[in-house]
Design a protein around this ligand. Structure first.
Ligand code: GLC
Length: 712
């Protein structure tokens, strides 16, 4: 730390504020156009310390050389949104979460980090940990779904993968947990809108993944654009200083979102950039991304006594400490190394993509394909650029394997017809699509959204099939039925689309989300039966938009649904149940949950239970199964959700094989935030439930009793 103390003592105000500034270069566009300017000159002058959206060894090393020429020679921190891959793209996080496999999540992050560090990067603005329960919001695509336990496990795995245990390693990236906090609860699913979240919801749903990221040692945190009950997160001292740093013990860097400091003026909490900069620094925001408010307005804020030099030094110290941990002072040219490994990276991307595919339906065993002659129809069948999904970092379309290319490579006889575009009103191609069905053994419909219809600034008020795709599907399904051939619908989207009619008419439905560079090979592996589908839903799939927000962990209310009683919680026109529940996903096996045992049936506050489940694969094919462990606390001092996920596990069984899965659950896992927001462990009965998804009808359960002291 002596180096840092010595530097701070020598730094001018302009040099300090430069270290608190992050400006965008031009390798990616991830926000409103910036001020432009000669970045290299600013860096050589010592008035700019951090960049985003720049990669490539030559460019990065030129930037670091410019920093070396500055008076103090402080190296530059360079970040990019490596959300699900750098050049080789993995499936979008909403898809990858559905693997329910922390090892895979870590491995894909490690692989992407190596590729990004080889391109000179030292930071990724990931993992995104926003809990999303509204398909109108586009950014659910970037996150781990609706459940805080799943998101917490995802957070820990991603931080471990990106940061590689020691940030000084050349292949390590500083991870940034974002967007702190509650962004996914935007009003009406509308992007950047206000959020109003109860303290309970904040504690139980939105904060846990960030606490998990901090426990995992995340290097940085990015506050959300949004407000929380009227206090913008970028100015939210209570949430940043008291909760994140104080309660969670976070000691890293807080980097604002893109122009978020200046946006405090539009939020209506700052009259000008001086007040905005002062609010953000006071709240604990260390780096100003793209507002240029710190460089431009903190000198005046100092003059007015709105901030102190000590506050500025504290922020500078955090930034320089991160640069030191990254090894940038020791060797700013260590990142930007030559690396091979593309073949292994593609193999991993193909494996993760195949495991991310969720088979939602498979009536009459439409899959795996029985014949070789396939009518491949729809605007997503041969759409390389779309396979990347939102946030593609350095990924390029030509690196992506389309469905058409994947099925071709698998030796199928393909008749391809797009039918209609993703959007637009031209139906002239439907005739050709219907003609492709002649002589085909099956039809594969590739439908859904364009990559940019989810992700940032991509809320949709009608999250249905865009354009004339439903008309195409109706015509294809009608003719296929007349010809007696199955229709397999493959849905590409960054959200659960509201498509009940399409699901009804299709023989099989695969949720393919956006699978990344190996999409075509992964889907070919699944539809040909080379691999069994094993992906599960990380979000509840609604039947109707009117059900939203729809998630499994709801509290029962005082009049829970009872079809026999008019005066109970339900709609007149739609069942309460989702189209597909959280955790749903079929395989080519047939898994039967035969028995559950829970021991001991009584435990004290320091005890733990062992939950054993006997399971069999009665199907004709080997397959993998994910089992979910839920609890329900039927009587407590606070109304508890009807189900709460507490663990998940996996097993692979051959045809006809039986197996056993054991969970261990500590009594502490039965706690919930009490009325004071602190963890509360209340004696009483608890249901322990295990099964394939958040559908109580499919769960085996036992009841245990938690005593207020250890049983003798
Ligand atoms: C964007 C996003 C954020 C991203 C940042 C830098 O606006 O909100 O997730 O990391 O800007 O690209």
């Amino acid at each position: 730390m002596r180096r840092i103390d010595d530097l701070i003592a020598r730094m001018t105000l302009a040099e300090k504020l430069g270290q608190l500034t992050m400006t965008a270069a031009d390798n990616a566009v991830t926000g409103p156009a910036g001020p432009g300017g000669d970045l290299e000159a600013e860096i050589a002058a010592g008035t700019l310390g951090n960049l985003l959206n720049l990669y490539g060894t030559e460019r990065v090393h030129a930037i670091q050389a410019a920093a070396r020429r500055s008076r103090l020679g402080i190296p530059v921190l360079i970040g990019l949104d490596v959300i699900h891959g750098h050049r080789i793209q993995f499936p979008i996080p909403l898809a990858e979460a559905g693997l329910f496999d922390p090892e895979a999540w870590r491995d894909s992050a490690r692989s992407a980090a190596l590729e990004a560090a080889a391109d000179g990067l030292a930071m990724t603005f990931a993992p995104m940990l926003d809990i999303a329960r509204d398909p109108r919001w586009g950014r659910g695509a970037e996150g781990p779904g609706e459940d805080p336990l799943l998101a917490s496990r995802f957070a820990a795995a991603k931080v471990a993968g990106f940061q590689d245990g020691d940030l000084a390693r050349p292949g390590a990236l500083a991870a940034v947990a974002k967007h702190y906090c509650g962004y996914g609860a935007v009003t009406a699913g509308r992007e950047y809108a206000a959020t109003d979240i109860s303290d309970r919801n904040l504690r139980e749903v939105h904060l846990p993944p960030f606490a998990a990221a901090v426990r995992a040692g995340v290097a940085a945190v990015m506050p959300a654009f949004t407000d929380l009950g009227g206090v913008p997160m970028t100015a939210n001292r209570a949430m940043i200083e008291n909760v994140l740093r104080g309660e969670f013990g976070f000691d890293g860097v807080v980097v604002s979102d893109y122009t978020a400091i200046n946006e405090l003026i539009k939020h209506g909490v700052a009259a000008d950039a001086v007040e905005a900069a002062a609010l953000a620094l006071t709240a604990g925001v260390d780096i100003d991304m793209m507002s240029d408010a710190y460089r431009g307005a903190l000198p005046a804020a100092l003059e007015r006594g709105l901030v102190s030099m000590a506050m500025i030094d504290t922020a500078v110290r955090r930034v320089l400490t991160l640069k030191e941990k990254l090894g940038l002072f020791d060797d700013p040219f260590a990142r930007g190394f030559a690396q091979s490994g593309d073949a292994q990276r593609r193999a991993l991307a193909r494996d993760v993509a195949a495991r991310a595919v969720v088979m939602l339906k498979n009536d009459g065993d439409a899959l795996p394909l029985a014949g070789k002659c396939i009518a491949l129809i729809g605007p997503l069948a041969d759409a390389a650029a779309q396979m990347r999904g939102p946030w593609w970092a350095a990924g390029v379309p030509e690196d992506c394997v389309t469905v058409r290319a994947g099925l071709d490579a698998a030796g199928l006889d393909i008749r391809h017809a797009p039918g209609v575009a993703i959007e637009g009103g031209d139906d002239a191609g439907i005739a050709d699509a219907l003609a492709a069905l002649d002589g085909a053994d099956a039809a594969i419909l590739c439908l859904g959204e364009a990559a940019v219809m989810s992700g940032e600034a991509a809320s949709r008020a009608h999250p249905h099939l865009p354009g004339l795709q439903q008309a195409l599907a109706d015509a294809v399904c009608e003719k296929a039925r007349a010809r007696g051939i199955p229709v397999i619908t493959v849905l590409f989207s960054g959200r659960p689309l509201i498509v009940p009619e399409l699901v009804e008419k299709s023989g099989a439905v695969l949720a393919a989300w956006f699978l990344g560079s190996e999409a075509g090979h992964a889907l070919a592996d699944i539809v040909t039966g080379r691999r069994s589908p094993s992906g599960r839903l990380a979000v509840t799939w609604p039947r109707a938009l009117g059900q939203v927000p729809l998630f499994y962990a709801q509290r029962p209310g005082g009049r829970p649904e009872n079809p026999a009683d008019h005066f109970t919680s339900k709609y007149l026109d739609v069942p309460n149940t989702p189209l597909f529940p959280f955790g749903h996903g079929l395989s080519y096996g047939r898994f039967i949950y035969e028995d559950i045992s829970v021991t001991p049936s009584r435990l004290g506050p320091d005890g733990e239970i062992s939950v054993r489940v006997d399971i069999a694969n009665t199907g004709a094919r080997a397959a993998g199964e994910t089992l979910f462990l839920f609890i329900h606390d039927p009587v407590a001092s606070v109304s508890r959700p009807v189900l709460e996920l507490k663990d998940f596990a996996k097993i692979t069984l051959g045809p006809g094989e039986k197996g056993m899965v054991t969970f261990t659950l500590a009594a502490a896992a039965l706690a919930f935030p009490g009325l004071d927001g602190k963890p509360l462990l209340e004696p009483g009965d608890f249901e322990i439930l295990v099964g394939p998804c958040a559908d109580r009808a499919q769960l085996l359960s036992r009841t245990i009793r938690l005593a207020d002291r250890e049983p003798v």
